[in-house]
Write a protein that binds this ligand. Sequence first.
Ligand SMILES: *Cc1c(COP(=O)(O)O)cnc(C)c1O
Length: 348
Amino acid sequence: MSQSVPAALRLTIDGDALAANWRWLRARGGEAACGAAVKANGYGLGARGVVERLAREGCRDFFVSNWAEAAALGPMPEGATLSVLHGVREADMPAALSGMARPVLNSAEHVARWKAAGGGVCDVMIDTGMNRLGLRPEEAGVLDGLAIETLLSHLACADEPDHPMNARQLAAFRQVHAAIPAKRYSLANSAGICLGAPYAFDLTRPGLALYGGVPVPDDASQKEGLRSAALIEAEVIQVRDVEEDESVGYGATWIAGLPCRVAILNVGYADGYLRGFSNIGSWRSRDATYPVIGRVSMDLVAIQVGREVREGDWMALDQDLPALARMSGLSQYELLTTLGHRYQRRWT
Ligand SMILES: *Cc1c(COP(=O)(O)O)cnc(C)c1O
């Protein structure tokens, strides 16, 4: 990467907010240890930086999706371990046997593969109703003889606290807890932690809320307790005057009712500012808020501004993830994980 050229697009990661969110989630989990999901490059923020910052806070259990992510992450800090959620395909075995991480075995096939290779300590996922990854509880017989560090399951509806599925999965996981021996048990993601202490067991696995996502935005305590950990800023690379009745952008979806001034920002859908923000989004500079006009392009977006805005100014995106999600029709997860690779990243 030629980082000698300063980018006109920045992502500032607030390490203190990340750490504070982790401590808030740990406290919500009561006695349980609090881990961290850093898959998808730390939900777009940069997995290595997230691991290092949270390890300094005392986080010891990290999760990625696959072995390529585990390899990219590099060695874990002293005392910390990494688990690979997608388990082991045949092609993963060399990486898995290298000891860089523990696999989360998800199927009888994974278990057989791991046993045949004499793989050692592992994690196991039991499906308690989501029907995504994991063995059915009835298949638990195949686990005999395995050294299971953490036995996991995953909640399908935790961000809907009143959904009957939550209690059903909790009851199913309690039965699994009684029937399958493991060193530790883990059920809750971010939203699961917010369902209350009974969901925490020995270890929780938050992702979204670490990064400032709010699982249930209507819950005032979550809104107050969780802070955005990512600030996005884009530079104004041109300012232009637009005449009455002229249009702005692809599809000419915005027409000027009166002569006005338009600033063009160096950010677009390739940077995760997706088309759902067309004619709806807004950007901030020095306490003023400016609306997005027209369609978001791949690399550019137009905003309506006043005389005070100049080429070279920087605009910030509102950091309220639930509000951005509502506005754009995207999930908070999508907003984070689609950020892309063109940001100049820095930590504060
Ligand atoms: C992604 C993931 C998590 C973290 O979920 P969030 O909703 O982001 O907190 C936890 N457990 C598993 C199995 C996951 O796939």
